[in-house]
Design a protein around this ligand. Structure first.
Ligand code: FE2
Ligand code: FE2
Length: 398
């Protein structure tokens, strides 16, 4: 038979000793911790806790739905009832087919206590519309691949022939407006993607940061030689505005990232190979690496979307045709840009060099068309349709 303190504890039931800690100093955590280990309705004797314990204990217990008799708390079931109907916001490690608005901003896998208003406006809430298994990996690559324009580039001003520097500045003028479009399009959709698909949101956020850097480096290169910027062609701007008007995420992502940024991979590679100065070559190289990720992400999420909804293919094709029709009366790529690319690639003002630059730009456009066709085939378009759609893509490249 037990004697001494053991026997006393058996007679009075479980206890918790707060020592000098009052309820207002965190003592309630010790009480809640002890109650959580007892069945609902069990008495718990509270010891210590300072001179105000009886008053504070009653107030705290009432608020939490427990009863108090003297210094004994009888645990209620309010906490259990409050979360009884709660569900988890999916599983921590896996994404749901659909993310309800009621999950709101909850972390994936969190217990969602009912009672808060639903998340409004995140209408891209289905896995098939936004998700790709590659999203976590591409986000990690993007986070690791961020570079600082101040240190990643040696900004020593190049010494180029006047005509060549003017051509480089014209190309930069063109690149900047394209980068602004590439920033604005995903920015319009980020707030509409349900945060349950957080790696997609995170990836697109890095994409915005990438485009912001591209705007910066092309601006810095444009100003490096002290020349004013070139022409922003009406046809090019009209073409870019059609991207901003695209109301649906899959079609906007397809037009911008598969067709536009896909075409820019060829352009940036061309600029890296044929730049007349190291600064232009370097920034084209850095932007090219970022753009390859943007294209990879769009190809991945559209491939997965097309697998679950093959009819999406018709919507994508229709978007290309619609955009082409809307731009029928515009010039597409301005002569200013086309000629500047030829002079930039020529690198000097002689008829041999200009002829070479001109041929290179022609080859570039063929290469862009072929690469676009290959990407469309990878998405499941027939060879015939891929060729047709690639030919309808804006002459402005993006
Ligand atoms: Fe970019
Ligand atoms: Fe991009």
């Amino acid at each position: 038979m037990a004697t001494g303190p053991e026997a006393a504890r058996a007679a009075t039931g479980p206890e918790v000793d707060l020592g000098p800690l009052g309820i207002d100093g965190g003592g309630h955590l010790l009480i809640a911790h002890a109650l959580a280990r007892l069945p609902v309705g069990s008495p718990l004797t509270v010891l210590g806790g300072g001179p105000h314990l009886p008053v504070h204990l009653r107030a705290w217990a009432r608020e939490r739905g427990h009863r108090v008799e003297g210094n004994v708390v009888i645990g209620g079931d309010a906490d259990h009832r409050r979360l009884a109907g709660a569900r988890r916001a999916g599983a921590t490690g896996d994404v749901a087919e659909r993310a309800p608005a009621a999950w709101g901003l909850a972390a994936r896998g969190a217990i969602v206590e009912p009672g808060a208003p639903p998340l409004v406006g995140a209408d891209l809430d289905r896995r098939e519309e936004v998700w790709t298994e590659l999203a976590p990996k591409l986000y990690a690559q993007a986070a690791a691949g961020q570079w600082d324009p101040a240190t990643a580039v040696d900004w020593t001003p190049p010494e180029l022939a006047d005509e060549v520097e003017v051509a480089v500045v014209q190309v930069m003028t063109y690149l900047i407006e394209n980068e602004q479009a590439a920033l604005a399009v995903p920015a319009r959709f980020i707030g509409r993607i349900h945060p349950h698909y957080r790696e997609v949101v995170q990836f697109l956020t890095t994409q915005l940061a990438d485009e912001a850097r591209h705007v910066e480096v092309f601006t810095r290169r444009g100003r490096l030689g002290g020349r004013p910027f070139g022409v922003s062609g009406a046809g090019g701007r009209a073409s870019l505005l059609t991207l901003l008007d695209e109301p649906e995420w899959p079609t906007a992502s397809f037009l911008l990232s598969v067709l536009g940024e896909g075409t820019f991979l060829s352009l940036l590679s061309f600029l890296e190979r044929h730049a007349p100065d190291p600064v232009t070559a370097r920034i084209a190289h850095l932007a090219l690496q970022d753009e390859a990720r943007h294209v990879a992400f769009a190809m991945a999420h559209l491939s997965e979307h097309l697998r679950s909804d093959p009819a999406l293919r018709y919507r994508l094709a229709a978007a290309v045709r619609r955009r082409h029709d809307a731009l029928l009366d515009t010039a597409g790529l301005s002569d200013h840009v086309h000629d500047a690319l030829a002079i930039l690639a020529a690198g000097e003002w002689s008829h041999e060099a200009i002829g070479r630059g001109w041929t290179l730009v022609g080859s570039l456009q063929e290469e862009m068309n072929e690469a676009r066709g290959r990407r469309l085939v990878r998405l499941g378009f027939s060879e015939h349709e891929a060729n047709e759609l690639s030919a309808l893509h804006t002459r402005n490249f993006m």
